[in-house]
Design a binder for this molecule. Sequence first.
Ligand SMILES: [Zn+2]
Length: 266
Amino acid sequence: MEPIVLFARNPSPMTGPGNNTYLVDSRGTAALVDAGIGEAGHLADLAAALLDRHARLDSVLVTHGHRDHAGGAPAIAAAHPSAAFRKLPWPVEDGQYDVTWQPIVDGEIVTVGDEELTALHTPGHSPDHLAFWHEASRAVFTGDLVVRGSSVMIHWSRGGDLAQYLASLERLLALEPRLLYPAHGTVIDDPRAILTHYLAHRRFREQQVLNALRAGQATVEAIAESIYDGLAPALMPAARENVRAHLEKLRTDGAATHDDNRWTAS
Ligand SMILES: [Zn+2]
């Protein structure tokens, strides 16, 4: 399997250079992993790639319901009436996209011609997050689990969960993949190195949050300022979400308490 990268053409402070979507085709049928946001250039690239491969778009497999991954679904549906739109349900978010979603469950095998992709429920970045495992080439479409050279934001107030995220990284690691196809950034050909680095980085961040608590910093804002000193202001809200996710994990682990909007180490 050699997926074709189609850029969603949506650069921004939050998406970096923008999202990658991936076209997988086999025997005249094709699946697109992630939908982008419906940019005209993305739709044109998709149409050209399908023409080039003599393939019909049969399914769009959405890794999760965030706008940069799911927002383009209605535009793709209009251009490709044959396509089924599939994701793991997230009822409070899915309805904002005007397509009929067909649910995928953990472990389900999606076939694209001769190719088989196994859906893996990998929550943490979002509750509905799926990765797609192509065992034959030991490759995984990883959505927003991994971005080379950056870390993944865990939006606690939008259903992010750090403990689940770490478990999802461990699940990927256990597959012993050879390649990761992320939704942001370049293809990753050293999955073990990056996944173990991510796990270590989160342990380091957790220690930083714990140290800030022990130093008497008691609010998400104060802790975020101390840890993310010098971060671009546009990214600060996301940094605060990350800190909150760490604090919630520490609370679950019994290492922190939360009263009257003040956090303390316990
Ligand atoms: Zn996302």
